[in-house]
Write a protein that binds this ligand. Structure first.
Ligand SMILES: [Zn+2]
Length: 228
């Protein structure tokens, strides 16, 4: 028998670590917020409600793909649909640094590794930097990752990092050095997580990007599974 015990979802608590997506969801200044257009109502048609929406794929909890930071959008390479799905499902660890508003460096990890019973970090690391999230406010002062942190994490075979702020780079960054370091080491990343209900510890992460073949990022519904 294959070991499919983890699929028995009744044995797990599901912690939703995604931001709500609606017309109030904050995004980077200049980026396109969510907006909805109702194309047909049940009231009028007596059949269906139907809508369409517009938004930047960086609104809410999402994964960036390589084309976000490099290359030409029309070549069809590095798109959200091509993100490695393996990175977005599996053993994960929440690291609680809340409340932190400064760049997270390799020094944070050095002290963490020495304090862990298991010397190994999980291959997916989610950094909690806030106790509370106001999803409708863009906060310019937020924690991000330094490239030297990425360099250190790749030595620990980390495949994915996540953060509960709008970007892995600080908003003042011109060259997006951390995005480039993650890309260089073939690591994936999640931005705008909501880890307020996730305590430090080990979980199973599921946060699959949509198969968007023409976009440089994709919304995800990110959840953590914890055995009851
Ligand atoms: Zn993004």
């Amino acid at each position: 028998m294959p070991d499919l015990a983890w699929l028995d979802i009744d044995n797990y608590d599901i912690i939703d670590i995604s931001l709500p997506v609606d017309s109030k969801t904050a995004c980077f200044p200049g980026d396109i917020q969510f907006s909805r257009n109702i194309t047909c109502t049940y009231k009028d048609s007596k059949v269906i409600n139907l809508s369409s929406f517009t938004m930047s794929p960086h609104v809410g909890t999402h994964a960036d793909s390589p084309i976000h930071i490099y290359g030409e959008m029309d070549k069809g390479e590095g798109m959200a649909s091509q993100l490695p799905l393996q990175a977005f499902i599996g053993h994960a660890q929440v690291i609680d640094l809340a409340d932190c508003f400064e760049p997270i460096t390799s020094k944070h990890i050095a002290s963490l590794v020495s304090s862990l019973d298991r010397t190994k970090l999980a291959p997916r690391l989610l950094f909690k930097t806030r106790h509370q999230i106001r999803y409708d406010v863009f906060e310019n002062n937020y924690a991000s990752f330094t490239p030297d942190l990425v360099e250190e994490l790749q030595k620990h075979q980390v495949k994915l990092v996540g953060i509960d702020t709008p970007s892995v780079d600080h908003s003042d960054s011109k060259g997006l050095e951390t995005h480039h370091a993650l890309h260089k080491y073939e690591m994936s990343w999640l931005e705008n997580l909501d880890l307020t209900h996730a305590k430090a510890g080990y979980y199973t992460l599921i946060a699959l990007p949509l198969k968007l073949t023409e976009l440089e990022a994709s919304p995800v519904r990110a959840v953590l599974l914890k055995k009851k």
